[in-house]
Design a protein around this ligand. Structure first.
Ligand code: HEM
Length: 499
């Protein structure tokens, strides 16, 4: 399949580049008037941020920061501070994207089968297999313990508008513009089902998720996007086929999809509350005392947390620096992702550590074939989530229990849900024998692994005796629902979904 005709301007910006976000609003809606929606959507398309626009915005922001820091030339010595401030509106960037559930496509009269059974059934239909908490012990009678918005049968979610930018005011203002377009001429074509807002954490915690770990370090690079025009992947970054992210491109192995689905991507949304004080209490209670007494010696709790995540809170990978954190290394993109695991050994990083379960670099090399030289590559996802909820309060720290809901609005893009998000959750995070054929059972991913009735256990937490099992008292991440969406190309938005 040739990708020669590929254009960033045909792809929504959150998929490939990622919308710049300090704040992001997810506006979940249902279509109440399909005919009016299709007409109004035509007027919304010019507001949709494409991947080439998102690239431009990122470059402008980086240049602005570089110029401000250096006072001289910015990125590549091309852009000066004067030039950038002249273009100041660029820096108040707000991006808009839109995606539809299967029920949403049907509400618009689109009957084509996108050939992804998980998308067709919706995430509610996948909840039992994902091992979300709920009542009932079969797929048929299972009712997940989800927020009402994601459980609606009659008022089901048809789509989501994602609005991301530099402040709540600007993002909210843009959302009002979107809503005005979708209710033009006195006809409102949509009804709100839920509005959720996420925020990057404040100050020194910027970029860190609520347990405290730096997030957004490792993403796959895409062929034809990240290795052209003088660009090359960062050290350790996997270069994968464009079709891992986009339908109808090289590497998308599903046949017979509607031609208009090309350059679209499936979006998996999950609301994932995190029980932070409880997580911290576990780390304090279950970590083994250490005798090291040097200046930067990590605390026992920090060591156990790092062994569960596979990186220190700074982002430094355990595989490179297993005994002590290294914030300088963590901040260096040339080094912070440049590692492979040592198959059969979990001395440096547990087999079950979150980043090893989610990207078992080299652990699966024994399964490589001529057609799939890197067995991890087909399962790679583009992660675009954002934290939500307040910082942990003093009261919560003292009582060691959660009072205010906080966590991660998880978003991932992939061309195939049963190879991407859903696969990672079910076959790797929740599967205690994964990675396979290790000398000792790895156990569950301690961060996101889930089981219906089983007490979760991991090995490798104790670096003095990596065979020792550690019982994980509870789940500190517990899904409250979500949906599977399809984020269409700009051409499809213009010519197939609108009229
Ligand atoms: C990496 C946290 C949910 C897939 C990471 C990293 C952190 C993290 C701190 C390391 C930083 C990085 O490499 O970018 C969390 C938390 C979650 C969560 C706190 C839930 C609240 C998920 C879910 C999935 C997932 C649901 C997919 C099923 C990944 C992947 C990586 C990653 C693919 C990159 C691994 C690599 O390439 O080395 N996560 N994550 N995460 N996570 Fe999660």
């Amino acid at each position: 399949m040739a990708d020669g005709d590929f254009k960033l301007s045909n792809v929504q910006g959150d998929i490939i580049v990622g919308l710049s976000k300090k704040t992001e609003i997810f506006f979940f809606f249902r279509v109440v008037n399909g005919t009016a929606f299709r007409t109004q959507l035509k007027n919304l398309v010019p507001l949709i941020t494409t991947a080439d626009q998102a690239t431009g915005e990122r470059t402008a922001i980086r240049a602005f920061k570089a110029a401000r820091a250096g006072g001289a030339n910015g990125v590549d010595g091309q852009t000066t501070l004067g030039e950038i401030t002249e273009n100041a509106p660029l820096l108040s960037v707000v991006g808009v994207n839109i995606a539809f559930s299967q029920k949403g496509l049907i509400a618009l009269g689109i009957q084509d089968d996108l050939k992804d059974p998980l998308f067709t059934a919706g995430q509610r239909g996948d909840a039992f297999d994902l091992a979300d908490k709920g009542t009932g012990n079969t797929k048929e009678n299972f009712k997940p313990d989800w927020d009402a918005a994601f459980l609606q049968e009659q008022q089901a979610i048809h789509g989501v508008v994602l609005v991301a930018g530099d402040s709540f005011e600007s993002v909210n203002g843009k959302l009002e513009e979107v809503k005005a377009i979708l209710s033009a001429k006195g006809t409102s074509s949509i009804a709100e089902v839920a509005t959720l807002a996420g925020d990057v954490r404040p100050g020194e915690f910027k970029g860190h998720e609520h347990f405290g770990f730096l997030d957004g370090i490792s993403q796959p690079a895409l062929k034809g996007v990240d290795n052209v025009g003088g660009k090359k992947p960062l050290p350790g970054q996997s270069l994968v086929d464009l079709g891992v992210a986009l339908l109808g491109r090289s590497g998308d192995t599903v046949k017979g999809r509607a031609s208009w689905a090309k350059d679209g991507s499936f979006l998996a949304f999950r609301k994932l509350p995190q029980f932070v004080p409880e997580f911290d209490r576990f780390l304090e209670e279950k970590s083994k005392p250490i005798s090291d007494d040097f200046d930067d010696a990590p605390t026992p709790a920090d060591i156990l947390g790092a062994r569960m995540m596979g990186r220190w809170k700074s982002g430094a990978p355990l595989r490179i620096t297993p005994f002590v954190d290294n914030p300088v290394l963590a901040a260096d993109p040339q080094r912070n992702n440049k590692f492979k695991f040592n198959p059969k050994s979990q001395e440096m990083c547990p087999f079950s550590a979150h980043v090893r379960k989610m990207n078992p670099r080299k652990d699966l090399d024994q399964f490589a074939t001529a057609s799939i030289p890197d067995p991890v590559a087909p399962h790679m996802i583009l992660r675009r989530g954002i934290p939500f909820g307040p910082e942990v309060t003093t009261e919560e720290k003292l009582t060691k229990s959660t009072r205010y809901e906080r966590g991660l609005y998880f978003v991932s893009y992939q061309s195939n849900l049963s190879q991407g998000f859903s696969f990672l959750q079910k076959r790797w995070a929740n599967e205690k024998t994964f990675p396979p054929q290790e000398p000792v059972e790895p156990g569950f991913d301690p961060i996101i692994g889930q089981a219906h009735d089983e007490v979760r256990v991991m090995t490798g937490a104790n670096d003095d005796n990596t065979n020792e099992p550690l019982r994980l008292d509870r789940q500190w991440v517990q899904s409250k629902g979500g949906e599977y969406f399809f984020s269409p190309s700009i051409e499809a938005l213009n010519h197939v979904l609108s009229s």
